[in-house]
Write a protein that binds this ligand. Structure first.
Ligand code: KIV
Ligand code: NA
Length: 275
């Protein structure tokens, strides 16, 4: 059954945790969908894990549309959320609506996600008015890495904690259907999750959130450049891939691959008549 804004909201009410994972292509989306995740995020983390940039700032609308369309073709039941890339919504409310629309029309997403709280409430409201569900993202917002001066935990002192709560309330009031909280102290995230009526999805925000999200290359140990504290490795797929490719190299060098069962046959008489 297709996950929707209604089923996700119902999950919060029934204390049934929402599971979100990233994907950036058709094959991976299909595997995640078949495994049974509720929602797939086409994150702008694709800039780092798929394209090899050191942060998410270089990701374009074209990148996001291209990957979102691929994921949407593979996601039968999962609710597909597409990240709005850096500078696709910060510039104006108008740009936010136009670019959110492109992710829905060309990428066939089910919702868009943007980074920001109080300051971006007008953008969220305008997109929602266009009948496009919005997932907000507060706390550590990686598109602001230069403004933050690095990737660090958010909301630790009273002032910062108050701001985070205000951000959460503002995005809910603006009509967001969910909110991602990244690198937020667990007790604060739990408190915000209780206060909000919309589902909260945590990443580095503790078990008190209504759901969790992880970048799949992190949870499957495929991306070694950087591993944040909040990542748990659930399966060592990176190692399985390396072993598989090593076995392919070995058998190719030995000449044991391809075997007879992998070859196409031809009648000897055809070969005999070649010359
Ligand atoms: O881009 C991304 O993958 C994200 C998640 C880490 C929440 O925004
Ligand atoms: Na993101």
């Amino acid at each position: 059954m297709k996950n929707t804004v209604l089923t996700l909201q119902k999950q919060k009410e029934e204390h049934d945790k929402i599971v979100m994972v990233t994907a950036y292509d058709y094959t991976t989306a299909k595997i995640m969908d078949e495994a049974g995740v509720n929602t797939i995020l086409v994150g702008d983390s694709l800039g780092m894990v798929m394209l090899g940039y050191e942060d998410t700032l270089s990701v374009t609308m074209e990148d996001m549309i291209h990957h979102t369309a691929a994921v949407s073709r593979g996601a039968k039941d999962a609710f597909v959320v597409a990240d709005m890339p850096f500078m696709s919504y910060q510039t104006s409310v108008y740009d936010a609506v136009v670019n959110a629309g492109r992710l829905m029309k060309e990428g066939r997403a089910n919702a868009v996600k943007l980074e920001g709280g109080v300051e971006f409430a007008p953008h969220i409201e305008a997109i929602v008015k266009a009948s496009i569900p919005v997932v907000a993202h507060i706390g550590l917002t990686p598109q602001s890495v230069n403004a933050f001066g690095g990737f660090k935990v958010q909301g630790k002192d009273v002032e910062a904690a108050k701001k985070l709560l205000a951000d959460a309330k503002a995005v809910e009031a603006a009509g967001a259907c969910m909110v991602v909280m990244e690198c937020v102290p667990a007790k604060l995230a739990a408190k915000i999750s209780e206060e909000l009526t919309i589902p909260t999805i945590g990443i580095g925000a503790g078990a008190g959130c209504d759901g969790q999200v992880l970048v799949y290359q992190d949870l499957l140990a495929m991306y070694g450049d950087f591993r944040p504290k909040f990542v748990k490795v659930f399966a060592n797929v990176g190692e399985v891939m390396r072993e598989g490719v090593k076995a392919y190299i070995k058998e190719t060098k030995e000449g044991t691959f391809p075997g007879e069962e992998h070859c196409f046959k031809i009648d000897d008489s055809v070969i005999d008549k070649l010359y």
